[in-house]
Ligand binder design. Structure first.
Ligand SMILES: [Zn+2]
Length: 244
């Protein structure tokens, strides 16, 4: 697999009581002609969730500074410069900002888009207007695939059907596996022993995906970033700094 150039980490929101982060990522890579491609992974909450610096809404604190557009500015980018958005899944903390990027190509597992569109589950209903915006172009993927140079999606169902994680290859620091909510915390990196969370949909596939991700991480010697792990997150580099 080719290499991407940079990986930026964004904090889109915080849960005030526990300091749980809602992470987002920006990958900078190049196409075959050498043109820079900016690829976001998830878009955080929608603007309607923004409160003052001390407030919170539905248990989350989203400020003007943490919303996806402000976080992108830390990497020197405007929304119109985003070429692709990889959707791990369509929960409100991951897909609320999709409508900021009508020019981008959205990469999603076909099975997940189908479930979100067809199921009446409230988790997909809350941000439906954001991700079901008719302006958005979805590239539907079946299973694992290299979707941009140095960037591979890994199907990791369980939290939801058709969840996907992201494997990024960098020239200096090597492989990074963005587990997303397939493994939200380091203590869940245990295929047999992990407990199910309240928002996990399917136990057998969650365990299988956990095993799959750990096997890939071992094979690629990847750094794993867990989905909402406060203790890990505080120790990682955030935008405007990046990993190369
Ligand atoms: Zn989440």
């Amino acid at each position: 697999m080719l290499c991407a150039q940079r990986l930026y980490l964004f904090t889109f929101a915080i849960r005030p009581q526990s300091n749980l982060p809602v992470p987002g990522f920006l990958i900078r890579t190049r196409d075959a002609d050498g043109r820079v491609l900016n690829v976001l992974v998830d878009t955080g909450f929608s603007r309607s969730m923004i409160t003052g610096p001390e407030g919170d809404r539905a248990g989350w604190r989203v400020t003007e500074d943490s919303h996806v557009v402000a976080q992108l500015a830390l990497a020197g980018l405007e929304p119109a410069q985003i070429d692709g958005v990889i959707c791990t899944h369509l929960d409100p903390d991951h897909a609320g900002g999709h409508g900021e990027f009508p020019q981008a190509e959205f990469i999603i597992q076909r099975s997940h888009l189908a479930v979100a569109r067809e199921s009446g589950a409230p988790r997909f209903g809350m941000p439906r207007a954001k991700w079901n915006d008719p302006r958005l172009r979805y590239r539907e993927v079946d299973g694992d695939a290299e979707v941009f140079p140095g960037v591979r999606v890994i199907e990791s169902s369980g939290h939801v059907i058709g969840h996907q994680s992201v494997l990024v290859m960098l020239p200096e620091t090597g492989a990074w596996l963005l587990a997303g909510d397939a493994i939200s915390f380091s203590h869940l990196a245990d295929p047999e022993g992990r407990p199910m969370g309240a928002h996990d949909m399917d136990e057998p596939s969650l365990r299988a995906s956990t095993r799959k991700l750990l096997d890939i991480a071992a094979r690629e010697r990847a750094h794993i970033i867990f989905g909402h792990d406060r203790d890990q997150w505080v120790g990682l580099r955030k935008a405007p700094e990046f990993y190369a």
